[in-house]
Ligand binder design. Structure first.
Ligand code: SF4
Ligand code: SF4
Length: 117
């Protein structure tokens, strides 16, 4: 496991296989990291879930901290970024992200309803 965070409302888990959020209001959103082709820096890299979600569930996060003690020219950038369903408790179950994802990487469990590619 690379990273996990927990608030009063949801738990966000990032590991080598998935980024996932599980909320107290019965929502679970999973992005398969092996399928996702998100790229922060490549203009052709996918950002569709970020762009389509009407309530802005998705956010990007660096998974490695930059070492600012290294002079900028010697730093290895771009830092690796991933997409997380950071604000999953705002999800309204519309399914737009699942529909738009070109790699079928997203699954949304919205209460009793499973929204899957
Ligand atoms: S199902 Fe709709 S509201 Fe929920 S994360 Fe996807 S696009 Fe956003
Ligand atoms: S739409 Fe799918 S492939 Fe594109 S960034 Fe989102 S999860 Fe990754």
């Amino acid at each position: 496991m690379l990273q996990t965070s927990k608030s009063e409302f949801l738990e966000v888990i990032l590991d080598d296989h998935a980024s996932r959020a599980i909320t107290q209001n019965g929502i679970e959103i999973t992005i398969d990291r092996h399928k996702c082709i998100y790229s922060m820096y490549d203009p052709k890299g996918c950002k569709k879930c970020l762009q389509i979600c009407p309530v802005r569930v998705y956010a990007t996060r660096p998974i490695e901290k930059r070492d600012f003690s290294i002079p900028p020219r010697e730093r290895i950038d771009p830092t690796i970024w991933v997409i997380l369903p950071t604000w999953a408790d705002w999800c309204n179950g519309c399914g737009a992200c699942v529909e738009e994802c070109p790699k079928d990487a997203i699954t949304v469990q919205f209460g009793e309803e499973l929204i899957a590619p």
